[in-house]
Write a protein that binds this ligand. Structure first.
Ligand code: 5GP
Ligand code: ZN
Length: 114
């Protein structure tokens, strides 16, 4: 996708603090962290949101989830507790339309979120 911010990060055209990479996923720190650990996990292949990712037929959603957990271990927030969030659609606060899992941890996380 020509105009997609996270595709540009995947292509290393825009810098990001990359913390984990697999063949099909990339994880980098959020530029505006909301917790001591706040990492975004994206599939390298462009899908707009979690609904589109769920329709990808080759286990890509599974790869994203596995990467999210690997980051939690690497960051030391598992097993104490962490949150994996897909904001899906504008009403849920999605602002970047390349699907990404937020991995949040390192502090007490309130439930329900606002
Ligand atoms: P959303 O609101 O779509 O669920 O989350 C988008 C996230 O991307 C936000 O938490 C925001 O801080 C982060 N973000 C936006 N632009 C950039 C950027 O250029 N680099 C990085 N690392 N994160 C970004
Ligand atoms: Zn993209």
């Amino acid at each position: 996708m020509n105009d997609c911010l996270f595709c540009k990060i995947v292509a290393k055209e825009i810098p990001a603090e990359i913390v984990y990479e697999t063949g099909r996923t990339l994880a980098f720190r959020d530029i505006n962290p909301q917790a001591p650990t706040h990492v975004l996990v994206v599939p390298k292949q462009h899908h707009a949101d979690a609904a589109a990712l769920a329709s990808a037929d080759d286990g890509l959603a599974d790869d994203v989830l596995k990467t999210a957990h690997a980051i939690a271990v690497q960051e030391g927030v598992a097993p104490a507790g962490y949150r994996v969030v897909f904001n899906t659609g504008p009403a849920a606060g999605q602002t970047v339309f390349h699907v990404h899992a937020h991995v949040l941890g390192g502090r007490d996380l309130n439930w329900p979120p606002g």
